[in-house]
Design a protein around this ligand. Structure first.
Ligand code: BJW
Length: 237
């Protein structure tokens, strides 16, 4: 039977495409405290600030940012691997899709979607959001927010992720600091299921010691090499 691979990506996968990671040395995200911009309480306290934060990131994403060699290598693995490959990303950008990935599970949501808190409809959204934005489903203004998962909210697709981790043969974490749960715990679930685990990152992380193997370096170099090795190992089988 063909082996099942689960890949978890984080902000580091898109760093070389020009999107900054979250946890910089100053502990701020684009100059903001995390509690102010990535919690439901922050949104309730200052919706204008939070909408502006996401509007700026959405505009930047649509301003010519392109996938890099790590995104396209993962897409190639998904297309050519004879078994299942579940790609789970914590990133809210759409660079995996742009890089050709046939399936992407966005566990922390998507920047190019908006959700109506009045009727719960999720819709594609490339414009700025504000209190005046009107839901295209219930046609009411005042309930639109970015379709992203903030601290304290339930990540998306957990049932599928947990079920696939239970039958995983290989788990790879790429460009994630392992500081945010439940994603940071996936490596333990995969190990419990008997999977081999590999971390690909510029530097060691808080969860590095749990992984069986490490590839240290930029994702755009290490991921294509890793994919070549995996696909090469299947030749002749
Ligand atoms: C490169 C590179 C290159 C750079 N090449 N690598 C106490 C203990 C345990 C848990 C909790 C706790 N208190 C609260 C919690 C839960 C909480 C949590 O984890 N908090 C922590 C702060 C402790 N989690 C939640 O609230 C989550 N929900 C939840 O738990 O619900 C309950 C539940 C769930 C499931 C089962 C049962 C119950 C929700 C978390 C939502 C996170 N949302 C954000 C914002 C999304 C929207 C947005 O983008 O604005 O998601 S936070 C932010 O962090 C974002 C990211 O996806 C996430 C992870 O960050 P990531 O991707 O790891 O980025 P960085 O910047 O941290 O790291 C980048 C890495 O790349 C670094 O390692 C670099 O070295 C590397 N790198 N360049 C290779 N070129």
């Amino acid at each position: 039977m063909s082996e099942t691979i689960v890949i978890l990506t984080g902000a580091g996968i898109s760093a070389e495409s020009g999107i900054r990671t979250f946890r910089g040395p100053d502990g701020l995200w684009e100059g903001h405290r995390v509690e102010d911009v990535a919690t439901p309480e922050g949104f309730e306290a200052d919706p204008v600030l939070v909408q502006r934060f996401y509007n700026e990131r959405r505009r930047a994403l649509l301003d010519g940012i392109l996938p890099n060699a790590a995104h396209t290598a993962i897409a190639r693995l998904q297309r050519e691997w004879p078994g299942d490959v579940l790609l789970v990303t914590q990133h809210i950008d759409h660079l995996h899709e742009q890089g050709g990935s046939p399936q992407v599970l966005h566990m922390h949501g998507e920047l190019l979607k908006a959700r109506c808190t009045l009727c719960q409809a999720v819709q594609s959204w490339e414009q700025d959001l504000s209190a005046e934005s009107v839901c295209t489903t219930c046609e009411t203004a005042g309930g639109m927010r970015p379709h992203v998962v903030w601290f304290g909210e339930m990540p998306l697709g957990m049932g599928e992720i947990e079920a696939t981790l239970q039958r995983a043969d290989l788990f790879a974490a790429i460009g994630t600091s392992g500081q945010v749960y439940p994603a940071a715990g996936f490596v333990n679930a995969a190990k419990y299921a008997g999977a081999k685990t590999i971390e690909i990152n510029l530097a060691s992380t808080g969860t590095s010691e749990v992984f069986d193997e490490h590839l240290l370096g930029p994702a755009s170099e290490k991921v294509p090499l890793w994919v070549d090795t995996l696909l090469g190992s299947r030749k002749g089988k």
